[in-house]
Design a protein around this ligand. Structure first.
Ligand code: HEM
Ligand code: HEM
Length: 248
């Protein structure tokens, strides 16, 4: 498998290989997402699904069941699963930050959205036009496209950090004064005006994440089919393939 790519600089961002001479179809492949990034992606996705389902039921509890609460412990189990998935999410997030220092340059893209670069914004608006069916051909990117990178930064870096901080602050109410959750995150509760306000913000965060996931899953499936560059397999085996008989 050809793991090299002819690079043409585009404001510091790579572009895929140019079309093969003579116009024949050639499939070029680049190794993009290393194993820790892929592992984190799927663990993170799974824990978010679990957190959204259990979080929804914490916010809108099921009707009371008959019998002793201790006999079924339904809400207790839902909260336990939520907190466990919360720990998995938080540890995974920390691991992902650490990997950004050791991994390849695509491992850093999630955290480095280049708001100062006109090339970045041109790429972002070109992607908007492509998604809106205005532009007939997609741009090709070896790593994340600028539109994806923009939303991933705001929702999956800033947003997830907020969910983790607010989640552990809420957890500190149960863990009690003096617990590490209280010492590290307890200050967030008075900062936002109280427990009720923090519950509401944490809850609102969930809907932002759900919105992101719906758009994200739609986009990767659409791009996989329409953009002549692989998406889902890139997040599965790490390699992105381009059909480069398609001049941009
Ligand atoms: C809760 C569900 C999901 C969440 C929160 C999520 C989140 C993310 C994040 C944060 C990234 C950036 C990865 C990085 O740079 O480290 C990403 C990339 C990606 N995700 Fe997901 N994801 C979810 C579900 C899915 C599903 C179901 C698929 C497949 C159908 C998928 C396919 C991809 C692909 C292909 C990329 C790479 C996109 C690119 O190359 O630009 N994701 N996702
Ligand atoms: C994607 C991440 C997360 C989502 C979508 C999420 C979602 C939710 C939702 C919707 C609620 C109910 C809020 C309400 O209406 O009162 C909630 C409560 C809560 N979450 Fe999360 N959460 C996430 C991450 C975390 C994390 C990382 C922790 C840390 C352990 C955490 C701990 C809690 C706690 C302690 C509560 C309050 C439980 C209670 O009052 O009974 N959450 N979460």
């Amino acid at each position: 498998m050809d793991a090299t790519v002819n690079e043409r600089p585009l404001g510091g961002r790579e572009t895929p290989p140019p079309p093969a001479a003579g116009g024949e179809t050639r499939l070029s492949t680049v190794y993009v997402y290393e194993a820790p990034v892929r592992l984190w992606h799927w663990v993170n996705a799974l824990s978010i699904v679990v957190l959204c389902i259990t979080g929804y039921f914490i916010g809108s509890p099921l009707p009371t069941l008959s019998g002793e609460a201790s006999a079924h412990f339904l809400m207790g189990t839902i909260r336990f699963v939520h907190f466990s998935a919360g720990y998995v999410l938080a540890i995974g997030f920390l691991g992902r930050i650490i990997w950004a220092f050791f991994g390849n340059k695509y491992a850093r893209e999630l955290f480095t959205f280049r708001f100062w670069s006109p090339t970045f914004w041109r790429g972002l608006f070109a992607e908007v036009q492509w998604y809106a069916f205005i532009k007939p051909r997609p741009l090709k990117f070896v790593g994340h496209n600028p539109l994806a990178q923009f939303f991933m930064f705001w929702v999956m870096v800033v947003g997830l950090a907020f969910m983790i901080v607010s989640g552990f602050a809420l957890y500190s109410e149960g863990a009690g004064p003096g617990s590490w959750q209280d010492r590290m995150f307890g200050w967030v509760i008075p900062l936002v005006g109280g427990s009720m306000q923090l519950h509401t913000l944490h809850h609102l965060g969930m809907w932002m994440i759900i919105l992101f996931v719906i758009i994200h899953v739609y986009s990767v499936i659409r791009e996989d089919i329409m953009s002549r560059q692989t998406m889902i397999s890139a997040m599965t085996n790490g390699y992105r393939s381009f059909r480069d008989d398609d001049p941009q």
